[in-house]
Design a protein around this ligand. Structure first.
Ligand SMILES: [Zn+2]
Length: 71
């Protein structure tokens, strides 16, 4: 058995596990996805591996918003 000491995070879009350095960290501030380049945001962060995944994630997010409790 090998124990991995690398910090691994999961991309919220494709759910692949990758080295933390390969992922971009984002935070959600008042409903908007903002890249947390300095990793200094106190809010809960999410990790995304590529711009494609970022697109997919925000698309999915806006879809589920429309489904919401508007009626
Ligand atoms: Zn991904």
């Amino acid at each position: 058995m090998v124990t991995l000491h690398k910090p691994v995070r999961m991309c919220v879009s494709c759910r692949e596990r990758k080295d933390k350095s390969q992922l971009s960290r984002y935070t959600i501030q008042s409903g908007t996805l903002t890249e947390d380049k300095n990793h200094n945001q106190q809010t809960r962060g999410i990790y995304i591996c590529s711009t494609q995944c970022l697109e997919n994630y925000s698309k999915r997010k806006s879809k589920s918003k429309k489904k919401g409790k508007q009626q």
